[in-house]
Design a protein around this ligand. Structure first.
Ligand code: ZN
Length: 209
């Protein structure tokens, strides 16, 4: 579907098993960060390993598209604000993130660099599509590394949207990366990363040095 990307909201630590694998604690409220829309990478394009870090991790995530302006307050309003859904990668420089965490610094250097937001083609999101029952996979070189299901989220997609709407008026074209399940790992030059689900399709990116 056609849209002009507006802002990219992301949520960290939204699946319990992933929180455990990074040895973090389950947050009491959603952990929100942003990437500029210039980070988006279309399917089939190349992913470059940035020069300022070396441990580039894939994080396979369900991404929803906001279709209308507003500040949804109820679960129903939040669900109605979703116009599209697909899969994307929240690429993360894990070594840079560890250093930033230690210093208590913001995450832009590890999460919001150029090319950090590969994104699949948006599928329309009909009202009867249950956003709490979406299964998906992330693979590297044909081997499945991540098996996710939105039922395992700490904060559901409507809950995340209501949380965002307390701080921002949501706008058409806003994107929300909803967090990654367990199984994240490092990428190297030549790797092919694929995200896949029956409800959106299959999208692949290739890593270059
Ligand atoms: Zn993520």
């Amino acid at each position: 579907m056609n849209y002009t990307p507006c802002r990219i909201f992301c949520v960290g630590m939204n699946y319990a098993a992933h929180i455990r694998e990074l040895k973090n604690e389950v947050p009491e409220a959603p952990v929100i960060f942003m990437k500029p829309a210039t980070c988006l990478v279309a399917p089939g394009k190349r992913i470059a390993i940035p020069a300022h870090g070396h441990d580039l991790h894939y994080e396979t995530e369900v991404v929803v598209l906001i279709g209308r302006e507003g500040r949804p307050r109820t679960e129903a309003e939040a669900r109605a604000a979703v116009a599209g859904v697909t899969l994307g990668l929240d690429l993360t420089l894990r070594d840079v993130q560890a250093a930033l965490r230690k210093q208590g610094h913001p995450w832009e250097a590890c999460k919001a660099f150029d090319g950090s937001a590969p994104l699949g083609i948006m599928a329309p999101c009909p009202p009867d599509l249950d956003l709490g029952r979406l299964a998906f996979t992330g693979s590297v070189n044909g081997v499945v590394r991540q098996r996710g299901h939105t039922d395992d989220m700490v904060f559901s997609i409507p809950a995340l949207i209501r949380h965002l709407a307390r701080m921002w008026t949501l706008l058409p074209g806003d994107l929300l990366y909803t967090g990654t399940p367990e199984g994240v790992g490092a990428l190297k030059a030549g790797d092919r990363v694929t995200v896949e689900a029956p409800w959106c399709g299959t999208f692949t990116w290739t890593v270059e040095q």
